[in-house]
Design a protein around this ligand. Structure first.
Ligand SMILES: Cc1cc2nc3c(=O)[nH]c(=O)nc-3n(C[C@H](O)[C@H](O)[C@H](O)COP(=O)(O)O)c2cc1C
Length: 352
């Protein structure tokens, strides 16, 4: 049944308001997990005889057959409402300047309201050569998605990949969220067959288990972003939006990022690529992620916070600090490049 214009306007207002709330709540930093990522369980094994020259160290990293200046993916965040346009423009200009990959936020709104397309197309204007990933929810794929719609998602930003986000926890805590999750796996299989670009599957902070990754590897997915627990809690974000003051069990629901990586590192080995995200807050987390089997790390909340507080310059300052710290870590582990990082560079901290 088609919606009346009035009903459709109300739905779009609701989506726009929700997305603005998401930016405001996460930028303020009050929606983190109580449980931790698990990175604190490991310490680096210091190398007093590194045998590398600091100035020779490179941070260049490869992901999905492209080289980037640094092993950091800027996670999917925004788009689909007018206030997202300047935020996406800043992220795009930054990723173009530093040759970093990034993903736009869910493009669902764009399919329903063409006036919001600009908030996505701006990224290609600002980043003509950067690696940009499209984004759509798994729930939108259940039952299949029309080829023209998929083409529109990809063509609007000339996407280099398409990300499918799985977020049942968030949907269930949203008053008007999706409630039908059957058929998503087959929807992803069809998507892989229908698009020319690689498909990446991610969670939004509650983590991908070994079983989920295994099922989707069989569907031909090229990379998995575990987006584990320990960073932004999307149960908590929605609970805050609902005005729930009491602590709810979904505030802290999810698999810690490190447990996701440990469970799947062997499984994906040589067959597809693993992205570490969910609570990546500095270069220590990035380096530990690579030791634990990820080829690249991804981050969301620190990017929004940096832009909120300091615009483009704030984001650039954060990145430069992370880059310098990462090079220091590589040197102190005796590594010349990110791919040298391995489990042997970590030691388990007793009692954690
Ligand atoms: C403001 C904001 C909006 C987000 N919107 C999306 C989205 O549209 N699609 C998506 O796949 N993930 C979205 N995410 C989730 C992030 O990509 C990421 O998986 C999650 O926040 C965990 O990473 P973090 O702990 O670094 O924040 C959003 C995150 C933030 C902070």
């Amino acid at each position: 049944m088609s919606q009346s214009n009035e009903e459709q306007t109300t739905v779009m207002d609701e989506i726009g308001k929700r997305k603005k709330d998401h930016l405001d709540i996460t930028a303020a930093g009050g929606a983190g997990y109580e449980k931790t990522t698990g990175f604190e369980r490991y310490d680096f094994l210091h190398d007093a005889l590194p045998e590398v020259d600091f100035d020779e160290i490179t941070c260049e990293s490869r992901f999905l057959n492209r080289w980037f200046s640094f092993p950091l993916f800027i996670s999917s965040m925004t788009g689909g409402h007018h206030e997202a346009t300047p935020v996406n423009a800043v992220i795009a200009a930054f990723c173009e300047r530093y040759n970093l990959p990034f993903g736009v936020g869910s493009q669902r709104a764009m399919l329903e309201d063409p006036s919001t397309r600009k908030s996505f197309s701006v990224v290609r204007e600002e980043a003509p050569s950067a690696f940009i990933a499209a984004n759509i929810g798994g729930a939108q794929l259940a039952g299949g998605m029309e080829k023209e719609q998929i083409d529109l998602l990809v063509d609007t930003i000339r996407a280099d990949a398409i990300i499918v986000h799985l977020n049942p926890l968030q949907e269930l805590r949203q008053k008007q969220g999706d409630r039908r999750f059957s058929g998503i796996r087959e929807g992803i299989r069809s998507l892989v067959n229908d698009v020319q670009v690689p498909v990446i599957v991610k969670e939004t902070g509650a983590g991908l288990s070994e079983s989920v990754i295994s099922q989707l590897m069989d569907c031909g997915v090229s990379a998995f972003d575990v987006a584990g627990a320990g960073g932004t809690s999307w149960g908590k974000v929605e609970n805050i939006r609902n005005g729930d003051r009491e602590r709810h069990f979904t505030d802290d629901w999810g698999i810690p990022t490190v447990d996701c990586l440990l469970a799947s590192r062997e499984l994906v080995h040589d067959r597809c690529e693993l992205v570490a995200s969910g609570g990546i807050r500095n270069s220590v987390d990035i380096a530990k992620s690579l030791c634990l089997g990820a080829v690249i790390a991804a981050t969301a909340q620190p990017v929004i916070k940096a832009i909120h507080e300091g615009g483009y310059d704030g984001l650039e300052a954060m990145f430069r600090q992370w880059e310098e710290d990462f090079r220091t870590i590589l040197c102190l582990l005796g590594c010349e490049r990110p791919t040298d990082l391995d489990m042997i560079h970590l030691r388990r901290v007793q009692g954690r």
